[in-house]
Design a protein around this ligand. Structure first.
Ligand SMILES: C[S@@+](CC[C@H](N)C(=O)[O-])C[C@H]1O[C@@H](n2cnc3c(N)ncnc32)[C@H](O)[C@@H]1O
Length: 215
């Protein structure tokens, strides 16, 4: 299953949906074609990227079911939008989008990197996290974080901050082992004593997670 297909399985049925940084617009297409939302906003900071989604969804745009907004993040997206997807960007970019606008009522985030930093931000904001798990698609690992602005504030353990909340899943365990192997292979490279120290402590951390000594 490719990343987009897997990502779409995390989306909820809703009245209003917004796809931030939509690019091609495939996720919005999934929502509309499957009757998962009544209306949608497609948005992108790049007019050129947005035009791809407008083309793909022209039928729905003409029906008045899709609004197209060229804007930075959530600035320009109605705050009462029920369900918001921000996917395929870095964790820092997603954090900045949430920081400079608002936390959506309900959201699905799929950061490409800096996931730990995004989790720390979400914890600080005391949002509810209903899922935070890894999945493998097209030979790569991705994390998807799903939650609500209001609800039980999330608490991440040390291991969860790095590897998500589904530590026991086969896919996460496979990912943790692959990270361990990757970091062990880096030990062969020349590096400063300081960087070697950081690397060795990262390796010890991952070994501790795998042994169940760090939760
Ligand atoms: C790699 S694409 C991801 C497309 C799609 N969301 C996905 O998951 O496949 C990233 C998109 O995010 C857009 N983007 C980056 N920063 C943005 C921002 N601050 N606000 C809105 N869109 C942004 C880019 O223009 C690009 O179209």
């Amino acid at each position: 299953m490719d990343r987009i297909h897997k990502l779409c399985t995390y989306l909820d049925k809703c009245k209003t949906f917004a796809d931030i940084g939509c690019d091609h617009g495939y996720c919005t297409q999934f929502m509309l074609e499957n009757g998962m939302c009544e209306s949608a906003v497609i948005s992108d900071i790049s007019a050129k990227c947005l035009s791809k989604a407008e083309k793909l969804l022209a039928e729905f745009v003409n029906m008045g079911k899709v609004d197209s907004v060229c804007c930075d993040g959530l600035n320009g997206i109605p705050e009462n939008t029920e369900h918001v997807l921000i996917a395929g960007m870095g964790g820092v970019e997603i954090e900045n989008i949430l920081k400079t606008a608002y936390i959506p009522q309900s959201f699905v985030l799929q950061p490409m990197k800096n996931v730990k930093r995004l989790r720390e931000f979400l914890q600080l904001k005391q949002v509810e996290i209903t899922a935070d798990e890894g999945f493998k698609a097209d030979g790569k690992y991705y994390f998807v974080i799903k939650g609500n602005k209001k609800g039980v504030p999330c608490r991440y353990s040390r291991a969860e901050l790095v590897f998500g909340k589904n530590l026991q899943s086969a896919e996460t365990i496979e990912y943790v082992y692959s990270e361990l192997e990757k970091k062990r292979s880096y030990l062969q490279r020349p590096m400063t004593a300081e960087n070697r120290g950081i690397l060795e402590s990262d390796i010890a951390f991952i070994e501790g997670v795998l042994k169940g000594e760090i939760d």
